[in-house]
Design a protein around this ligand. Structure first.
Ligand SMILES: C[S@@+](CC[C@H](N)C(=O)[O-])C[C@H]1O[C@@H](n2cnc3c(N)ncnc32)[C@H](O)[C@@H]1O
Length: 191
């Protein structure tokens, strides 16, 4: 496995997912905010040809960018790109999933006023939890900058309320960095 920097949270999340879900070639994943498609591409590669990735975004531009990236890097189609808010994620899932990534905030190189929001993100997480397999996990990378921390506060409050006999919730911070570094939350089933 490549030697990535744990402090780069996006790479850290990919490393954890790769380590936990490399055992089969038919995994089922969700990218709750596909954006430029980098997380979706990672998940599609790991899911394998027989697996399945459902990727969501509210912006047509994000869906288009993701589709271009996937088409030019994969020689199979194991994905569905869904232009809908992730709060309605439950309407699009029939089977249980292994893992989901939320990479919050705004679409880089685009309109920075279109961002994820605490209330809809919490609804999305709530609606996703019943779809997790017993070894399922949700990885949520959050940023303070787009709304001065309101979304993180909403997420923290909700995650604190989760039953600890059913879920483990981790909160990972880079404690020696200036300029409001991202924070990572991981929810895993405690089954
Ligand atoms: C930081 S970007 C995601 C980066 C992406 N995972 C990647 O690898 O490039 C955040 C994305 O969340 C999307 N977004 C905002 N609100 C959303 C919602 N309610 N449902 C789904 N996507 C949303 C934005 O349009 C934006 O593209």
């Amino acid at each position: 496995m490549e030697n990535i920097k744990y402090g780069k949270l996006v790479d850290f999340v990919h490393m954890l997912i790769k380590q936990s879900y490399s055992d089969s070639d038919a995994h089922s994943f969700v990218d709750a905010t596909c954006g430029n498609g980098f997380d979706t591409l990672f998940l599609c590669r790991l899911a394998g040809e027989k697996g399945c990735v459902k990727a969501f975004d509210i912006q047509a531009q994000a869906i288009e960018r993701t589709e271009i990236l996937l088409k030019s890097n994969l020689n199979f189609i194991n994905y569905e790109l869904i232009k809908d808010s992730h709060e309605y994620i439950g309407n699009h899932l029939s089977d249980k999933i292994d893992a989901a990534i939320f990479n919050l905030g705004y679409l880089p190189f685009s309109d920075k006023t279109v961002t994820t929001k605490g209330d809809t993100t919490v609804k999305a997480i709530m609606n996703l939890l019943p779809h997790l397999k017993d070894d399922g996990r949700i990885f949520i990378t959050t940023y303070i900058t787009h709304d001065t921390g309101y979304e993180i506060k909403n997420i923290c409050e909700f995650l604190n309320s989760l039953d600890n006999s059913v879920y483990n919730v981790l909160h990972i911070n880079l404690i020696n960095k200036n300029n409001t570094p991202p924070e990572l939350f991981i929810i895993e089933k405690n089954a």
